[in-house]
Design a protein around this ligand. Structure first.
Ligand SMILES: Cc1cc2nc3c(=O)[nH]c(=O)nc-3n(C[C@H](O)[C@H](O)[C@H](O)COP(=O)(O)O)c2cc1C
Length: 379
């Protein structure tokens, strides 16, 4: 029996599988390849300047005539002033910035990483990100992205963090389907109250920004809380067809898959990072705030380890990106797998080679159909 759920009719896609919006990795070529293969390709546009986002949307439209989505972040807790710290005095991120930047410079020196060209470092650090426009990961930056999403009338919008409530009426007036990625039941209830059409329940196993709750526990609890009102996609550690089938059995109506699509020809990451995914095994990832300031699952690396050994608490978003930006840019320029292997989920050990995205998609569909028919034998 063909893999199908009501999410397919809602999103006008063939299979209930979405490419997770992965910042910098889910580029137009990858999103279009997934949409063309019958899933929903979602652009990982979190760090795109508004201008670049517009180019990406237009490029995707040239590569596919199928529905696709755009994922950006709308974090509620982007701070400008001092941040409260658990049980302690507020920390002023601005006051700590210079000390933390020095920590990053010393790390780079120790690792023999040459400083990156100033413009690239500035870009990576989020300064002058849009040549006079709002700084990367500032509230104004996220708002400017939303204007582009609305102007370009994208078919699907996904909020990777936060609540798209303030934009809901304008998105719906465009006929857009609005999704939100959540890691807790409470957050699912809040965004459904705001009018979201689809929930993505992403558990602790997943790559990138991360929930404290494991995928197998989170999905059915989110389904119980909001599944009678909106369809739920399961996410986090779903890296083969068995995971897709498991998400369906937990009450989800499809899967939102990230890491499995990183090891593809079309993914926007570096070849050495694709190799890190293909070589990685189950225990190779850690959750660290060292890159964006929010807990994110990544392949274990020396930069994440340096914060642990120094006993240093990373700064809240968006300040931590200003510290990690130059390290990130230098690590990538030097193709250092030990420093910047990238975000990835715990399903990494299920991925063994770099393949075309359409092949990954076919494998997910066939594997899910096989797993579902095997499950039938247990009755
Ligand atoms: C490299 C990478 C980048 C990510 N960037 C984003 C992002 O920009 N926005 C977002 O909503 N989620 C992001 N995520 C999380 C994914 O959307 C998704 O929830 C996650 O990849 C699912 O878990 P999996 O990787 O185990 O499949 C990212 C994940 C990875 C692996």
């Amino acid at each position: 029996m063909a893999l199908h759920s009501r999410i397919c009719d809602l999103l006008k896609i063939e299979y209930p599988i979405a490419l997770a919006g992965m910042g910098g990795a889910s580029v137009p070529a990858l999103a279009a390849a997934v949409s063309n293969a019958g899933g929903l390709g979602v652009l990982g546009a979190a760090a795109c300047t508004p201008e670049r986002l517009r180019d990406w949307i237009r490029e995707t439209r040239e590569l596919t005539d199928k529905p696709f989505g755009v994922d950006t972040l709308l974090p509620a807790s982007v701070r400008r002033g001092p941040a409260p710290q658990a049980g302690g005095a507020p920390v002023d991120p601005v006051a700590l910035l210079e000390e933390y930047r020095q920590f990053a410079r010393e790390f780079m020196e120790r690792e023999g990483l040459p400083p990156v060209e100033r413009a690239a470092a500035m870009r990576a650090a989020g300064e002058a990100a849009t040549q006079g426009g709002p700084a990367l990961f500032s509230k104004e930056f996220f708002e400017a992205q939303m204007e582009v999403v609305i102007e370009e009338k994208v078919p699907v919008y996904a909020a990777g963090l936060g609540n798209p409530g303030p934009w809901m009426d304008r998105l719906h007036a465009n006929g857009a389907i609005v999704m939100a990625v959540v890691g807790k039941v409470k957050h699912a209830q809040q965004v459904v109250e705001s009018g979201v059409d689809v929930i993505v329940a992403q558990g602790h196993d997943g790559g990138g920004h991360n929930s404290p709750i494991g995928t197998i526990s989170l999905i059915p609890q989110v389904v119980d809380a909001v599944g009678d009102r909106v369809p739920v996609l399961g996410a986090g550690g779903i890296s083969d067809g068995r995971g897709v089938a498991a998400a369906l059995m937990l009450g989800a109506e499809g899967a939102w898959v990230g890491t499995a699509f990183l090891a593809t020809d079309e993914a926007g990451i570096e070849d050495f990072q694709k190799q890190a995914i293909a070589q990685g095994v189950d225990a190779d990832t850690v959750v660290s705030r060292s890159i964006t300031g929010k807990p994110a699952r990544m392949i274990r690396n020396k930069w994440a380890d340096a914060w642990v050994s120094a006993g240093k608490e990373p700064l809240p978003m968006p300040y931590q990106s200003m510290v990690s930006g130059p390290v990130l840019a230098a690590g990538i320029a030097a193709k250092r797998q030990d420093i910047m292997p990238g975000f990835a989920g715990q399903g990494i050990g299920l991925i063994h080679s770099v393949r075309p995205a359409a092949e990954v998609m076919r494998g997910l569909v066939a594997g899910a159909e096989r797993a579902l028919s095997i499950a039938d034998n247990f009755r």
